[in-house]
Design a protein around this ligand. Sequence first.
Ligand code: UD1
Length: 385
Amino acid sequence: MKIVSVVGARPNFMKIAPFIRAIAKHNQKKPANPIEHLLVHTGQHYDVRMSDAFFADLGIPAPDINLGVGSGTHAEQVGKTMIKFEKVLRKEKPDWVVVVGDVNATLACSVTAKKELIRCCHIEGGLRSGDMTMPEEINRLVTDRLSDLLLVPDEISMGNLRAEGVAESGMVLVGNIMIDTLDANLKAAKKLKVLDIISDNFNHEAFAGTIKEFGHDDQFALITLHRPSNVDDKKILTALTEFFTKKITREMKVLWPIHPRTEKNMRKFGLWEAVSDNSDVFILHPTSYRETLKLNSMARIVLTDSGGLQEECTVLGTPCLTLRNNTERPVTLREHNGASVLVGNDVKKIEKEFRKMLTMERRPFRPPLWDGKTAERCVKELINF
Ligand code: UD1
């Protein structure tokens, strides 16, 4: 059996790493049905800190093919990926294309696979935010509608697919493959030191000569922000930045690894100076997987609009304010025993929940099958399909 699997952007890398390891494990047993595997990187993310650092950290082999698509509008990214991926499929003729997550690469490559009459498997199928203004929701809907095999992380997502009429034969609850990566890296991550992470990733351009000192026992909030709905609008990003720099810093330090999209907009909106001048706000470059895991495991609270961090907070038990009005991962919400609360980007609501969360302890929780063995189940389901 020949599989071409696809990655494009940062959140894909932690999903593909355990899948590739599980294929290697299958082949080591010298089975009658070895798997030939090719990894395609579409090149949507290309900065060392957004891509290469994750390959190194997670032990992912270098991609066999890089399509070099780069940044652009959605149509540009999807269109360029389809044109280049079609050539790969015509040459390689795989039995399966495996896509993960919900980025533009996921959509582009699932559509291309089906038009080339190649079976498509979606790892992380079934997630729905119900929010059609999110580019990822469109990517999820199209990919799931086209996929022959949906490998699903949780029961709520299974229910979404049933409600859409997906046949039971086309979907399997396998658990969350991200948590395979968390389990494989937590021990090494815990050995890292917060102070080293700060000094190795300190963004010196966000340092206006203000002395920033981080003590060994300092408590901190970890912040990550990159969704267009939070960072593309000047008013919204200004209000959020003011809350982080003026309110959170009264209680604790702020560690903020900044996504390139967010950095660009902060500079454009004139917000860069406010964070540079604040001695309690540490602007970092995007941190690696293990560094982020360490920071998450030590943070008093996480404020984020990332889907993956909501899941990691749930497993680590870190109180998490999700700066969105909806989530495709309701299993991570407190009402389902998770760690996260939806607060949108209304600062009043964020502040109220922030105060509440400061009184809460860590409460780790794992939904069924978030056990570190999801990738092996994915490989088994592909073989047995
Ligand atoms: C993409 C995904 C999103 C995911 C996020 C994680 C889609 C639709 N969105 O959003 O689901 O949560 O990745 O980061 O696929 N840039 C760089 N260097 C890079 C990559 C991007 O500087 O290596 C800058 C470029 O200016 C680019 C901007 O960041 O225009 C946005 O990148 P893009 O890939 O379009 O989307 P993300 O916001 O990263």
